[in-house]
Design a protein around this ligand. Sequence first.
Ligand SMILES: [Zn+2]
Length: 154
Amino acid sequence: MGFFNDLGKKTSETTNKIAREAKLKMKVTENKGKIKDLYEEIGRKVYENHVREENIDIKDLINDDCSKIDMLSKEIEDSRKEILILNNKKMCKKCFAEIEKDAMFCSKCGEKQTEEKTVLEKAEEKLEKSDISPENEKEAEIVKEELEQKNNEQ
Ligand SMILES: [Zn+2]
C-alpha cells in the first residue's frame, strides 16, 4: 500500500512542478509581449511629440511606461529564477549560465559560487551575534519562528 501511495504522491508532485513551470514560462512570454507593446508605445509617444513640435519633456512623457517595463522585467527575472529552482539549477553570478544548484564552481566560466544566504540564515546570524539576555530569549525564539514561516512562504 505504502509503495503505491508514495508513487502517487511522487507523480502528483512531478505534475505540480511541470504545471508550475509551464505557468511561469507563460508569464515570462506574456510579460515579454507587454514589454514589446510598451516599447512601441514609447516610440509612438516620442514621434508624436516630434510631430506636434511641442516642447514636452520626453522624460515625463514616457516615465510611466519605463516604470512599467522595470516592473515587468523584474517579474520575468523572478519567474526565471523560480524555474531554475524548480529544476534544481541556479544561475552563475558572473556569466549567468545555468548550473547545478549545488555546484561550487561554474561549469562554464569557472567562477566560484558563493551561496546567497536566505532571509532565515541572515536573521539567525544576526540573532547569534547580538547579545540576547536570557529574559529576551523567548522573544528571539518567536521572531525566529516568524521568520521561518515567512521564509517557507517564499
Ligand atoms: Zn559562469
